[in-house]
Design a protein around this ligand. Sequence first.
Ligand SMILES: C[S@@+](CC[C@H](N)C(=O)[O-])C[C@H]1O[C@@H](n2cnc3c(N)ncnc32)[C@H](O)[C@@H]1O
Length: 382
Amino acid sequence: MEAMNQVGNGGVGGNAPGLQCDGLPVPIVALLRNQRPWWQTVSPAESFVIRIALIVMRLAATWLQLRLGTWHCKSSIAPSQSSVDATYTKIAPRYRRAHTLATNGRDVWWRREVAWEVAPFLKRWFKEHPMSRPVLLDLCTGTGLSLAEMLRIFAFEDVSVKAIGIDINEAMLQEARSSLDAYRRDWCLDSQRTVEFARADASDLLGRRTRLADFRYFEPRSVACITSICGIGGLTEPIESFRQQLEVLEDEGMVVVVDMHRPIPDLASTWPPFHRRTWPAFEQAAWEEVTVPHVLQKLWAWRDPTLMLHAIPFVTIFGDSSGHHYGFRLLSRQIRTEPWWFGLPVMSMAKIVAQKTRITLDEARLRKETLRRIQGALREDG
Ligand SMILES: C[S@@+](CC[C@H](N)C(=O)[O-])C[C@H]1O[C@@H](n2cnc3c(N)ncnc32)[C@H](O)[C@@H]1O
């Protein structure tokens, strides 16, 4: 959060008068305005209860780390590609179970929610371009769980699609491929829906940096829709990835990104026995003292993706061949805290839906300036 302080103020404290938040995304401003440590916002008795709850949650995270064999992994604020790779190679066979446990099974609903978002878009796209099925690219697809849930909805909604799941980790892809026959049998019709998995780097989709034989690369304007679910927090170059996503997307193509998000106090959730009041201090404490250091960094070799999510609408490219600037039009943004085990409100999530669109030179300049400020904060975050 130190970094968040810097985003909008160029050195002015979070609550100080003159906070320069103009042009920054609303959620970042909301977080900037709430810079107090959580224990200063509650009574000593409440602080005691929260600390006990944190100990229990830390024990749960430690148990999961022991089960997955990632106990010895060092926590890192900005994971390197090699540490991300080593973690996923290790947990690939147990990934599905671990992810279900760590998210209380809510992950299935995040995946389906993305599919409900994407299905009408793909249907409309196919109607307007009937010569070829729209390509859906699922980034950081892991063991393919998201595509499995998406295909289930696409079959239900009779959507035509060519789905491609990409991941950089061979062990995760092996798991995905071993389920491929089942996916095809259950949800695919060759003439309407196909699915494949390929090795690719989400930050080098066009192959500008490498040209490896076992990697898949994509042509500019070849993809109608890009999804990523719990995928961006491990990217070492997230902004470059968004730029390349803009390039491989067709004009008016869509992106849907779902990931963890730092809780916003004004949007705090309730807990089942006490539905009449929220407890923002508890959500903040759980995020800062358990979710980020123990779950994101240590268990998944991940980092806090909050700032990256809000950078998406400010990423721009210049198309040499077309001579136009492009960016994302934000279609919707959702931030909410989901119930974890025992209904505890400690899983704060965000979903960003955006569409590739042509922008003017002035708009591109403005967006670049805001992106520069967010990138500064990202660097501060590590
Ligand atoms: C937390 S898992 C998420 C998997 C899947 N999206 C899901 O929801 O189950 C993150 C995945 O991102 C992959 N990954 C990390 N860096 C990547 C990169 N640069 N390009 C492609 N995949 C990457 C990891 O190998 C891992 O499989």
